[in-house]
Write a protein that binds this ligand. Structure first.
Ligand SMILES: [Zn+2]
Length: 252
């Protein structure tokens, strides 16, 4: 089975509402690197780095779907680490499709909606404004803090870091995957008792403590594997293509 790359890209751009989701002006959502024109196998990964690109090549993929693409720092020469990533993709005719905030905020295959549902949050409402987009979701729950942390641990496969500055009994919990502590103030304004995110800067501990809100850090990588997996599965089903997930945890 071989599908034209343009057909998949057009579909993904529409499905993810790429044109309507604001992002960092230097982020490119959509096709970042083209291939010779057709796709027979898809590999999803959180990051476009040498390890996952090499893995995708060894799995004979011709399309990678990632959350963190190549372009973050504006214009850069294609040299060093950065040049090697691009050269590997182009030499092996592997296309790269990146979806950053459009994949964070998507209600079906987004990192935040998926993690919130896995945690058992009900009646999800978007929140967590980042670059003009509400990327997170909050929902209702009636559970003890320890139980929720244990469930997060089972879901992400690692020990979460907890700032226990809010209530022990939880009623309103927000999820902003990745580096989401910028949503802390908004979370408190909405009356949330807990924010679940991936990672945060040192000062976020103190901010949470003084705001009186629980923060649980589940890991940047670990909280962002769900979206690309779901997206690749969706593409695989829609276009009848095989797909794999290339797991390359950073532990951060
Ligand atoms: Zn991220």
């Amino acid at each position: 089975m071989s599908v034209p790359l343009t057909e998949i890209v057009d579909y993904l751009d529409r499905y993810l509402h790429v044109a309507d989701v604001p992002d960092d002006e230097r982020a490119i959502n959509g096709l970042q690197v083209g291939n010779r024109g057709s796709v027979t196998r898809v590999v999803a990964s959180v990051d476009a780095c040498e390890a996952t690109i090499t893995d995708a090549i060894s799995r004979k993929a011709d399309l990678m779907v990632v959350h963190h693409g190549l372009f973050w720092g504006g214009l850069r020469p294609l040299t060093g680490v950065y040049g090697r990533r691009v050269r590997l993709l182009m030499e092996h005719s592997v296309a790269l499709y990146a979806s950053h905030l459009p994949l964070d905020c998507h209600p079906e295959v987004g990192n935040n909606a998926l993690l919130a549902r896995k945690l058992g949050l009900r009646d999800l409402v978007p929140f967590g404004t980042f670059e003009g987009t509400q990327i997170g979701f909050w929902g209702a729950i009636d559970e003890g803090r320890d139980a929720l942390v244990t469930r997060l641990q089972e879901i992400v496969g690692g020990t979460p870091r907890v700032v226990p500055a809010g209530p022990i009994r939880l009623a309103k919990v927000g999820v902003v995957t990745g580096a989401g502590t910028s949503a802390l103030t908004e979370a408190v304004e909405l009356g949330l008792d807990t924010l679940i995110t991936g990672e945060g800067p040192h000062h976020s501990f103190l901010e949470a403590e003084e705001l009186g809100v629980n923060v649980v850090y589940g890991g940047h990588y670990a909280t962002e594997t769900f979206g690309v997996r779901a997206l690749a599965a969706h593409v695989g089903q829609r276009f009848n293509l095989p797909w794999d997930f290339s797991d390359h945890p950073t532990g951060m």
